[in-house]
Design a protein around this ligand. Structure first.
Ligand code: CTP
Ligand code: MG
Length: 341
């Protein structure tokens, strides 16, 4: 009997079918309902109308998780990009962030907070009727393009979205999803999940930026090229038969015991790991420490792990190891795995 086989320490002890059923059910319960999704789209339409009244002719885009199909229920926020001609430098974007803050204040939005000095100038506020948190950025073209890349990955294999939902849920519960406090952004966790699925011995996802490009945009110094013909790639991952539970296990096992933190750079663009030397990410420069390295797929100078310091790297590694150890050794690991920190 499979369940009586002695534990070899390299696979979870739990019954994988049962674990898979429980994780699948949890992932489903984390997905927003159609009504919740619609409520967020309605808030977006309201914000868009306000912006277009103030900036006639401007285009307004929804990006981030609500747009790429990777949103989880407890996270009630939307990311909005205002596209304005002639506003290209940091100072110009900062000015608009402040002006949009005043506009939203006047429109009755709550908790309006402009952050003009951020790497990407932004104004944050809350739509009072629904409590939806909104981030408005200006000419954040790269974010709109990477949202499309993530959406396209999502459409190729149905295992990406539930894997991301579980990892985001875990990261929130374990308090390791806060780039302002030295841990990792949701966007970074999504890239880590895509990378894992690209790297399975039988891959679950292709490397869209290595296929003949059908989508091309240039943004400042960055060339964004990838294959967005998802129709022809649906079923790409079918030869890989791994279950959600096996992939969740693989994710934590990788970050606990396989990732080489001193050398590796996770690179979704190439579907492999680069060496830190290849990127010259070998030492601290200013506030960029490069202790955990995840390359942005388009803005190649951007290390999404740059916010991690020695102390928070230790916290992250401890949490990955805790998760992997629980999955390996516990008969019924889920309550502990997702326990609030
Ligand atoms: N983004 C980015 N670079 C970052 C962080 C974010 O380009 N360093 C962009 C990405 O387009 C991402 C969007 O901003 O999709 C929103 O980021 P974030 O809120 O971290 O990701 P979500 O997937 O929206 O996660 P959540 O569901 O937690 O809101
Ligand atoms: Mg978001």
């Amino acid at each position: 009997d499979v369940m009586d086989r002695s534990h070899d320490g390299r696979q979870p002890r739990a019954n994988m079918q049962e674990l898979d059923a429980a994780l699948t059910q949890l992932a489903d319960s984390l997905m927003p309902t159609a009504a919740e999704h619609q409520a967020q789209l309605d808030v977006f339409e309201g914000v868009k109308a306000l912006l277009q009244a103030r900036y006639p002719g401007a285009r307004v885009h929804l990006f981030g998780s609500v747009a790429n199909g990777l949103s989880v229920r407890h996270n009630n926020d939307i990311d909005v990009c205002l596209e304005l001609e002639g506003v290209d430098d940091q100072a110009g974007k900062a000015e608009v962030a402040v002006a949009v803050g005043e506009l939203m204040e006047a429109a009755g939005m709550a908790e309006v907070l402009p952050l003009p000095k951020a790497r990407v100038p932004v104004v944050k506020f809350v739509a009072p009727q629904t409590g939806t948190k909104c981030d408005v950025t200006v000419n954040n073209v790269l974010a709109c393009i990477n949202t499309k890349l993530l959406a396209d990955y999502c459409a190729i294999d149905p295992r990406l979205a539930p894997l991301v939902a579980l990892v985001k849920h875990w990261a929130k519960r374990r308090a390791v999803n806060d780039p302002y406090r030295g841990t990792l952004s949701s966007y970074c966790y999504v890239l880590m999940c895509i990378h894992l699925l690209q790297m399975r011995p039988t891959p679950v996802l292709p490397v869209l930026q290595q296929l003949p490009p059908t989508f091309r945009r240039t943004v400042g110094p960055w060339t964004c090229e990838f294959c967005d013909d998802v129709e022809s790639l649906r079923g790409f991952g079918a030869p890989n038969r791994e279950s959600l539970a096996q992939l969740v296990w693989a994710f934590f096992e990788y970050w606990a015991w396989r990732h080489n933190y001193s050398h590796d750079v996770v690179c979704v663009r190439l579907g492999t790991c680069l060496h830190k030397d290849d990127k010259d990410w070998t030492r601290r420069i200013g506030n960029e420490r490069h202790l955990v390295c995840i390359e942005d797929p388009f803005e190649l100078s951007h290390d999404l792990g740059r916010t991690v310091d020695r102390q928070t790297r230790a916290v992250l590694h401890k949490e990955f190891t805790r998760a992997a150890t629980l999955l390996r050794d516990a008969h019924d690991p889920l309550d502990m795995l997702f326990a609030s920190y």
